[in-house]
Write a protein of this length. Structure first.
Length: 223
């Protein structure tokens, strides 16, 4: 134990010496720093500021992208199997349409009132062939007598029926009897009646349409 006490005493005596050395070094350092200052003038070493380089930064302009309308490709049919494709840009806009109700149907056309046709014997004033047309019938038949019947010397008889209109014009002409048949008498008779005109029949002082029949005799002595 005496040994430990002696050692502690020896170590404790060295502490003031160390402190003295530290203080001396501190004073020496201070004096060294203050020697850099002149009397009455303070010299301050200039400190070079760090260079700041400003680089030009290009501002990137943000371009707003426009959504283009959809491109619909419509093929066009052409001859010789040639294929042509045309780009057509369609801007489709939706709209509200009411298709629940169909448009009303168009009004029906006005009813056509059929012309009343009277029988020949029931009419007050019967139609009459206009003067001079009987001679035209004879002239037409003479010029157009059926060739085969004329060559053979055959006579014929034809009855035609027709409607004499309110204007006195024969319409709806047809053959009801032809003797002999298939010799061409009927066709010539129809053509002859087509060229005639009548004074229209009258009913209550108004012209009316009348059903009529006309008999035509073909004789070889007409040559």
């Amino acid at each position: 134990m005496a040994h430990n006490i002696g050692q502690f005493t020896e170590e404790s005596s060295t502490v003031p010496e160390i402190m003295a050395v530290v203080v001396f070094l501190g004073i020496t350092l201070i004096l060294t720093v203050f020697q850099r200052f002149d009397t009455g003038n303070v010299k301050i070493d200039s400190i070079q500021a760090a260079e700041i380089t400003v680089e030009k930064v290009e501002v990137t302009e943000q371009v707003k992208k426009t959504v283009k309308p959809a491109i619909v490709r419509i093929p066009i049919a052409v001859e010789d199997e040639e294929e042509i494709e045309e780009d057509i840009e369609l801007e489709i806009e939706t709209a509200d349409f009411d298709i629940s109700s169909e448009p009303p149907p168009p009004p029906p056309p006005p009813a056509v009132q059929e012309e009343e046709i009277f029988d020949f014997f029931a009419i007050q004033e019967k139609p009459e062939m206009v003067q001079g047309y009987a001679a035209k019938i004879v002239e037409y038949i003479t010029k157009n007598y059926p060739p085969l019947a004329k060559k053979s010397g055959v006579s014929g008889k034809v009855i035609v029926k027709f409607i004499c209109s309110k204007e006195g014009i024969p319409t709806n002409i047809s053959v009801t009897m032809e003797k002999p048949a298939d010799m061409g008498f009927g066709e010539v008779a129809v053509k002859a009646i087509e060229q005639t005109r009548f004074k229209p029949g009258m009913q209550r002082d108004k012209p009316v349409a009348v059903r009529m029949s006309q008999k035509i005799d073909f004789k070889t002595n007409l040559r």
